[in-house]
Design a binder for this molecule. Structure first.
Ligand SMILES: [Zn+2]
Length: 213
């Protein structure tokens, strides 16, 4: 086994705190194999590299695919955390079809139920004015309810994946969280993209995630 720092997933305290350390694609894939073996994953994901940053996992017909952005190689901590976090989603079964079906089923029940109870409350409590206001603000209400449900359902999964990364000694450090926050701030996303992200908050804030470490 290589003695590369990228592979020393068990040696706490060896992480660079400031200086970015460039790692290779091979070292990153070695870390994937190391964590897969250590976590006892029955199925090893197929790693694919793409432009950009971050990572994602999805199940395809040919198995689990772990997609990684090449920019994570610019910073060893970034590479370690991104890989361990994404593998955490696989270990916890978040990429499984049954999890997706359960999520959709939950939304399919919870959204109409929340809307119906709001409408019922509007009809009984607020009279004609209340009814009019309810119709006017219905789109906003739907977005707010959706937002609450997404946070409740999806954000715990992100924290679970973060916890797995910490267990693998590849944590979201305060430095990384600050870096990601800065990157989000610099991102020139158009208004609709920002609104979509606000309405669909799949991830807790970086500050909230780092504060749990
Ligand atoms: Zn995630």
């Amino acid at each position: 086994m290589s003695k590369s720092p990228a592979l020393s997933a068990g040696s706490a305290g060896s992480h660079p705190t400031e200086a970015a350390q460039t790692v290779t694609q091979d070292q990153a894939e070695d870390l994937v194999r190391l964590i897969v073996a250590r976590a006892g994953l029955a199925e090893s994901p197929h790693v694919e590299w793409a432009a950009g940053t971050g990572g994602s996992v999805r199940r395809s017909r040919t198995g689990i695919r772990l997609s990684l952005g090449r920019e994570i190689l610019d910073d060893e901590e970034d590479m370690r955390f991104t890989i361990a976090h994404e593998l955490g989603h696989i270990v916890a079964g978040h990429s499984e079809l049954r999890t997706a079906i359960r999520t959709l089923a939950w939304l399919a029940v919870a959204i109409p139920a929340a809307l119906l109870s709001l409408i019922a409350a509007g009809l009984t409590l607020w009279g004609t004015h209340g009814r009019l206001a309810l119709v006017k603000f219905a789109p906003l209400l739907i977005i707010l309810i959706n937002r609450l449900l997404i946070r409740r359902m999806l954000q715990p999964r992100e924290l679970e994946a973060d916890d797995f990364a910490t267990q693998q000694q590849c944590p979201l450090t305060a430095r990384l969280a600050e870096r990601y926050q800065e990157r989000d701030r610099m991102e020139k996303a158009p208004g609709p993209a920002r609104l979509a992200r606000w309405a669909y908050p799949t991830h807790p804030s970086w500050a909230a995630r780092a504060s749990r470490q």
